[in-house]
Design a protein around this ligand. Sequence first.
Ligand code: G3D
Ligand code: MG
Length: 184
Amino acid sequence: MNNPTESTTQPIETRRPYTHIAKAVVIGDAAVGKTSLLVRYVKGIFNPTYILTIGVAFHVKDILLGEHVLRLQLWDTGGQERFGPIRQLYYRGTKGVLLVYDRANRESFDRAAYWLKEVQRGCGDVPVVLVANKADLKALVKPKEGEEFAGERGMGFVETSAKTDMNTDLAFSILASRIIENMG
Ligand code: G3D
Ligand code: MG
């Protein structure tokens, strides 16, 4: 199996052995930018491992958090956002979730509640970070709406643009910190 973390493009400080390992998933409506965010985050090391049977890809990234190194296994849907039963496999063993909507598409925000419910059914009570992507486009969903929705449900919130690379690292770092906190 190809391990992207062995790439020489990895920052030197992450070459330490990992102390924690966790699976995280990226969810949300089709076309909100889930794959784009992941590709930005893993930067030059777009080298996903595909699990063909269930049509997902995952990336591996080591994150330095204080004295911890968290190895995140980040799962991306293979575009099967609409097929419920397959998603239960997708969620199994998940320790954290990025729930993405497109802030230029209100419908994708309206469906965030549905996604959250599904996450809770599939993963239990795990940290979730709400991500308002496409911040380079005009906001049809105001930042305040996303922030309130997240705040009321104990989720983190961040606005990103995978296009301009605004806050993409921040979104994953917030998630990583919450996962570590939760793991104790
Ligand atoms: P998905 O994985 O959630 O289905 P993708 O979404 O990452 O495939 O992105 C869907 C489309 O949105 C792509 O456009 C992609 O380039 C675009 N996109 C993703 N993130 C951003 C962003 O932050 N800003 C803007 N303006 N566009 C974004 P195409 O045209 O390739 O379908
Ligand atoms: Mg995708």
